[in-house]
Ligand binder design. Structure first.
Ligand code: SAH
Ligand code: SF4
Length: 343
């Protein structure tokens, strides 16, 4: 059993059933998440008999790293991981000044079928467990710690739709947030969803403190139905209602992602409709020129178009930024992760 699948309480009850006092589970937890140990014999605060039992009961790795690549500019790296049940997923690390952002996967493949996304193009291959989601962060945390560096931000923008694997995703973020362990601030985590409305509502109800981003991409149902098929089930009016409810109940800002596609969703008409949709909402829009994928022909909008689109939204009172394209040479950009097509 993968040890990161266990909450502290679950470890406590396991160790208790072995006759161990509660503080042993805390020591184990701190070894895992403060010291980033990944072999039982590193837990020198634990007695030998306990380390042996831990070794028998738990595994510390569900993934094997198959290939690791760095982008030419050195600002992005990604790893291809194979799970013990033979799923292939990818995890990305991005460097922006002092920020070290892990972009993690929540599923192998994705069932949502967004036409421009390489993960969507490969279809759904399975959910990751909470421990497998946690392990991706630990992978880079260990790597960075060798250079006295650490992860500063976590985003669920790798493979998969986190709100189609809600429990595992949220449990993983809770584990990483635990004050006695990894102690990673909720404000430095962002969950990005394509717009699975019941789960946005649940996220709001649960009073989650992690940031929420919604992938919008189009401001009319006609266009969004084509790009993001789940829109047929969860159309824009209901999506925006759920977003407004989140903002008013949480008092938090919401982000929207918009992949700008040349001649498809980059017109001023879409920008106008977008600003109508978002009017009065405390939000931020991230524009990203579409990254190329094998299964979708149109290209990303030009820098000029992106700037015009941004100016339009900004002049209508919507804070908007153009996201830098990252890691394209290693297929590590948004929507390029497919776990297969390695150069
Ligand atoms: N499933 C979630 C999170 C993973 S995708 C979601 O869709 O939000 C992360 C982001 O990459 C999303 O905003 C998604 O719309 C965007 N994306 C997908 N394919 C892309 C591409 N080819 N170019 C740029 N962004 C893309
Ligand atoms: Fe899935 Fe997100 Fe890609 Fe859409 S954009 S197919 S929801 S990973």
């Amino acid at each position: 059993m993968l040890i990161y699948d266990f909450t502290l309480e679950a470890l406590q009850s396991d160790l208790k059933s072995w006759g161990e006092p509660d503080y042993r589970a805390t020591q184990l937890w701190q070894g895992l998440y403060k010291h980033l140990y990944d072999t039982p014999n590193q837990f020198t605060t634990l007695p030998l008999h306990l380390r042996k039992k831990i070794e028998e009961r738990f595994t510390f790795h569900s993934f094997e790293s198959l290939i690791h690549v760095n982008s030419e500019d050195g600002e992005t790296e990604k790893v291809l991981l194979r799970s013990d049940d033979d799923q292939r997923i990818e995890t990305v690390l991005m460097y922006y000044d002092k920020r070290r952002t892990v972009c993690l996967s929540t599923q192998a493949g994705c069932a949502m079928g967004c036409v421009f996304c390489a993960t969507g193009q490969m279809g759904f291959h399975g959910n990751l467990s909470r421990g497998q989601i946690v392990e991706q962060v630990l992978y880079y945390a260990r790597k960075l710690s060798q250079r006295d560096d650490q992860v500063s931000n976590i985003v669920t923008m790798g493979m998969g739709e986190p709100f189609h694997n809600y429990d595992a995703t949220m449990d993983a973020l809770d584990i990483l947030n635990h004050p006695d362990g990894f102690n990673f601030g909720a404000r430095r985590m962002t969950v990005s969803t394509v717009g699975v409305i019941p789960m946005i509502e649940r996220f709001t109800r649960e009073g989650r403190r992690v940031n929420l981003a919604v992938s919008l991409h189009a401001a009319t149902n006609e266009l969004r139905d084509q790009l993001v098929p789940i829109n047929r089930k969860y159309p824009l009016e209901s999506l925006l209602r759920a977003c407004n409810e989140y903002v008013s109940l949480s008092g938090r800002r919401i982000s929207f992602e918009w992949a700008l596609i040349d001649g498809v969703n980059d017109s001023l008409e879409q920008a106008q409709k977008c600003s109508d949709l978002l009017k009065g909402l405390v939000c931020h829009v991230n524009l990203i020129p579409l990254n190329p994928t094998d299964g979708y022909a149109p290209s990303g909008a030009s820098q000029v178009t992106a700037t015009t689109f941004r100016h339009f939204l900004q002049s209508h009172g919507i804070p908007t930024t153009i996201r830098l394209r990252r890691g394209i040479d290693i297929h590590a950009g948004c929507g390029q992760l497919a776990g297969l097509n390695w150069k």
